[in-house]
Design a protein around this ligand. Sequence first.
Ligand SMILES: Cc1cc2nc3c(=O)[nH]c(=O)nc-3n(C[C@H](O)[C@H](O)[C@H](O)COP(=O)(O)O)c2cc1C
Ligand code: SF4
Ligand code: SF4
Length: 260
Amino acid sequence: MVLYFSATGNTEYIAKELAKRTNDECVNLLERIKKQDFSPIHSEKPFVICAPVYVCEIPRFMMKYLKKQPFTGCKDVYFILTSGGYCGPSGILLKKIFKSKKMICHGYAEFKMPRNYVASDDYPMLEKNQVEERIIGSYNRLEQVAADILAGKRLKARHVFLFETLITLPFNPVWCKYKLTAKDFYAEASCIGCGKCERLCPLNNVKIVDKKPVWSNQCTHCMACIGNCPVNAIQYGNITKSKEPYNFGKYEYVVKNMNE
Ligand SMILES: Cc1cc2nc3c(=O)[nH]c(=O)nc-3n(C[C@H](O)[C@H](O)[C@H](O)COP(=O)(O)O)c2cc1C
Ligand code: SF4
Ligand code: SF4
């Protein structure tokens, strides 16, 4: 069973493609995470956990959820990470969670995808041709990763040196404390009150009040709200004014062209 969380579609795309190629079920964890639903998840086939990388780790809310979540049936688990190019010790952290559940970890694969962090100037967005190149590069790796999962082989990723873990682990909480605020989000007059931002926020941090979104202070900067607004009505301070929010759906044509 392939399980995923995805804010702007990269991880969802990889998860769905892997499920298709391994002839397996694909489950979006968003509703479970939103409702904090920890009813057991059962599969007779290996579990394939797919996650994006936030500040060199998998999202904190996802780690918390996976720690509590019981998995029954098959004991084998694989991990898939999507990032803008640097996953740090994310795979090691996932392995730790599932080892404590007495499950058998078969390694992890990293997919270098387009960056989605539009609300930060520290991770510049990519040009259109760079986005397309990354999607093509990932597409070309899917078949091999799926074949390895089907064959029960260990997935191989870049070696993570101890110094990387020692630097990134303390860096993450400092970044989160000072950067992850929702106070700069607002919706412009073009907002049509559709409620998509409320539905997609994994932390239930957006509420529609009088047909307009209002943000509280439990934000992890996943970019689901700003990246999926159908009329691009959401802004983050002045940072996003001249940028187009990223969403994998805008580039689906790249995959379509390759399939033709
Ligand atoms: C808050 C935040 C932090 C991120 N940190 C990293 C990072 O440390 N390294 C990296 O390579 N990409 C980073 N990214 C980029 C995402 O990991 C990447 O775009 C991912 O594929 C998004 O997945 P999704 O579309 O499924 O949500 C970050 C994105 C966000 C929103
Ligand atoms: S997704 Fe966009 S249009 Fe829909 S309610 Fe949110 S801000 Fe408004
Ligand atoms: S409010 Fe924050 S956590 Fe919620 S969808 Fe928007 S960026 Fe993600």
